[in-house]
Design a protein around this ligand. Sequence first.
Ligand code: BG6
Length: 514
Amino acid sequence: MSVTAETFGNPFVSRFMRAKQAGSFTLVIFGATGDLTQRKLIPALFNLYLDGFLSRPFTVIGYARREKTDARFRAEMRAAIEAHSRRQSENPELLERFLASLQYVAGSFEEDAGYQRLKERVAQSSLALGAPQNIMFYLATPPDAFPKIICALQTAGLVSEHGEHEPWSRIVVEKPFGHDQKSAKELNRIIHSVFAERQVYRIDHYLGKETVQNILVFRLANSIFEPLWNRRYIDHVQISVAESLGVGTRAGYFDEVGIIRDMIQSHIMQVFTLIAMEPPAAFDATAIRDEKVKVLRSLRQMPDELLKQSIVKGQYGPGSIGGEAVQGYRQEESVPSNSMTDSYVAMKLFIDNWRWSGVPFYLRSGKRLPKRVTEVGIVFKAPPHLLFDRTDGSNGDTNILRFRIQPQEGITLSFQAKMPGQEVRILPVRMDFMYSSAFEAATSEAYERLILDALTGDSTLFAREDEVELSWRLVDRIIENFASSELHIYEAGTWGPEAAESLLARDGREWLRL
Ligand code: BG6
């Protein structure tokens, strides 16, 4: 089956999309020489600019320790755009104009002098923009710098107000947001000593992915699926985030956090709550986040022994991916040779509420798996009585709805069909919706959506204070149990430890093939 987007050429749709326009602003990026700025933030801003979403005057000020001139910073960002932007402009003048809006201030995160220089630049830029000093601070630094920067911004008098109207001040905070519930609460306390919650945008780039957002549209803009979205019809849910890459150059960070903090606490919990939440009263930040928080509150609190049986942690050993030999986690640069850090976690969770009572949610995420794929599988119950023999000889699940979040974003529904012929023989077939063939427009990058939302004051796709604290509650419990649970070494290029297969096999189920 093919699906086409009938409305995409519709002028109303284009008008609606353009209605979301950033006003005039100054964006200060802390950590401007880092990987995130070069690979994601500047390319995202450039694409927003090309699409006409940044039509009012703006300035982007990079702030980092290293001394460098504006010209040097612009040259580096030009190279970053050439290397990482999803597209280049056909009109070279647009790139020049975009680069002209970039400036650079050198300063440490600790000393006041740097922030004073920053303040002067912000004042000059506001004067030049001829607009109120709307200012967005973006923390793209290692997390230990967050508290220092936040406090220094206040001391320097850079945060102007707590209201919703112009001129506004906002702050975008990158992950990881704390390393446990206690530190997340402390970070929230520090942030709130300077910013009101409505000024805070805790970013999780998974929420900026089109297919993640489409989960809610699919569920709530169609009438045929939501009636089935519960324990009566759904056997279980699987969420898998597989990566073929290893830790690469990020071992220093990763070895401290493991996959449980890096992926489960943030990205997987976000996808999980969108799948499980109740329909919100409205499509706005408060209503949606209220419902996500209710899911987290309803997570079953398992006793230690049961929790231990519901979690499998693994670490990749040497192996091969795509025919290429790759080293094991402990052989990676900067990883201690006796590291016990998890590069794979699989788990089974339950939500104790009316909708989901008794329905297991199986979540898994791992590095150095055979391929990069993120998918949600909703596995429906088998028909109560099967009249037909299955030709494929399997007793597998009949109806599976898959949200493919990446790559090849789309949605697939599998069902049984009669094979052509005189006999009644049945075989599973699929209905496919692919974003790339249904919509002409290229899917924008998650950071484009999220930066524009923060600039326009829409916090729907950002994590709220209570949401991050509650997701840490689960992760803290798991980590407490990690110390005494076995670390399974799996061969790189396989789908993770055997024990993860057993986690489902014990329940008479198996992981969906990705
Ligand atoms: C980041 C994690 O948040 O997400 C990385 O820190 C991970 O370890 C990355 O590789 C995955 O993001 P994506 O968009 O490539 O799935």
